[in-house]
Design a protein around this ligand. Structure first.
Ligand SMILES: [Zn+2]
Ligand SMILES: [Zn+2]
Length: 380
């Protein structure tokens, strides 16, 4: 009797078009571009146009595809949406509708290897690029049922319908046009075409791979997303991915003023010109509470080996509770104060009373913040 042969588990079919695009552009960027440069040289105009087109493409993805369309973190004027549609086709990352559909699934089922289209739990290679090389069927479906709201956007649907011609016009037309103007068509095709595309692709892909592997988790450890300043620098602010995965509808990823988040600056700047409206921000109390809860959790884990862990744990909990209660009171009064400012001047007296109360509560809150940090630092 013949021994039964175990069938090798079948892998999904390869997507040859994607394999060709990724490998051919890489070959042009790392082999052809340096060789051409060695023999012919590049001028300042090549590097300036590389920087402009690279930024235009990446910002179209981060501001348009990601924060505007996938997360509805703000609303944008049609002129701005038109620019994002062109930049997204130039970045060659599929239509905004398809991209957003995938991305919404990523957030909904993050780290679920069967459902998250680029689950980081399947490793660096898979989450970076591998998920696009085979037909894994976790990606967006043809009906884009999770993007019904986006189907009302005429600019987005126009881009979806004409994605292929738009992608071809942007990726060949722009470099060739620049090449004619500056007298070096091949040089511009290599630098603004291939080098720019490879940089756009891999910096964006880092958000799915490295931003789920490398960095800190100051807000949540319920998923693999990380905050990483270096990645934020390479990805126009998207490196603050730990914050993003807990407060995904916030138009900011780097919430502090010192955090490098050009996407946030573009949205804010556009709002001053009336091109972006309804910017969504997470209430500060929720952000600070998430951060303090995470710190409490980490510190509790750190003291697990100590003999007096029970005592310390109770002390930490007490300080944390006091912090949260001060925090709630502070933000409630702050809100009241802002509201009363808008009201009638007759209520001026009440307003000044509230102001005094606010100052007192603010002092208490700041003091408790110091106590909390001091307590935690003792066991860090
Ligand atoms: Zn993510
Ligand atoms: Zn997102």
């Amino acid at each position: 009797m013949k021994p039964t042969q175990t069938q090798p588990t079948e892998r999904p079919p390869l997507i040859w078009l994607n394999i060709f695009i990724f490998s051919f552009s890489m070959l042009l960027a790392v082999v052809a571009a340096p060789i051409y440069g060695y023999f012919n040289g590049y001028g300042m105009e090549h590097w300036i146009w590389l920087a402009i087109c690279f930024s235009f493409c990446n910002l179209s993805i981060t501001t348009g595809y990601h924060r505007l369309w996938s997360h509805k973190a703000f609303e944008a004027h049609s002129s701005l949406r038109f620019l994002f549609a062109l930049g997204g086709a130039f970045a060659l990352q599929n239509s905004a509708l398809h991209w957003s559909s995938d991305h919404r699934v990523h957030h909904k089922h993050v780290d679920n290897n069967d459902k998250d289209p680029y689950s980081a739990k399947r490793g660096f290679w898979y989450s970076h690029i591998g998920w696009m090389l085979r037909n894994y069927k976790t990606a967006a479906t043809d009906d884009y049922a999770n993007c019904r709201d986006l189907k009302k956007d005429k600019v987005l649907m126009w881009q979806h319908k004409y994605y292929v011609p738009l992608a071809l016009i942007m990726n060949f037309g722009v470099p060739i046009g620049l090449g004619i103007i500056h007298g070096d068509v091949i040089g511009m095709l290599l630098i603004v075409g291939a080098v720019r595309l490879v940089l756009n692709h891999h910096t964006t892909f880092f958000i799915n791979s490295l931003a789920h592997i490398w960095g800190s988790q100051p807000f949540t450890d319920k998923n693999t997303a990380r905050d990483n300043g270096i990645l934020a620098f390479l990805t126009f602010g998207e490196g603050y991915h730990n914050f993003h995965h807990i407060f995904e509808n916030d138009y900011r990823n780097g919430i502090y003023w010192w955090q490098y988040d050009p996407t946030k600056w573009v949205i804010k700047l556009s709002s001053w010109f009336g091109l972006a409206t309804k910017l969504r921000v997470t209430p500060q109390a929720r952000i600070e509470k998430a951060e303090a809860s995470m710190l409490l959790k980490v510190t509790q884990e750190k003291i697990m080996h100590r003999a007096d862990k029970q005592q310390i744990s109770e002390k930490l909990q007490l300080e944390f509770d006091a912090l949260v209660s001060n925090m709630n009171e502070y933000y409630a009064v702050k809100k009241q104060l802002l509201e009363s400012k808008r009201e009638d001047v007759v209520k001026k007296y009440e307003h000044s009373l509230l102001k005094v109360r606010y100052q007192q509560i603010k002092m208490n809150f700041e003091q408790q913040k110091k106590n909390w940090v001091m307590t935690v630092e003792q066991y860090a």
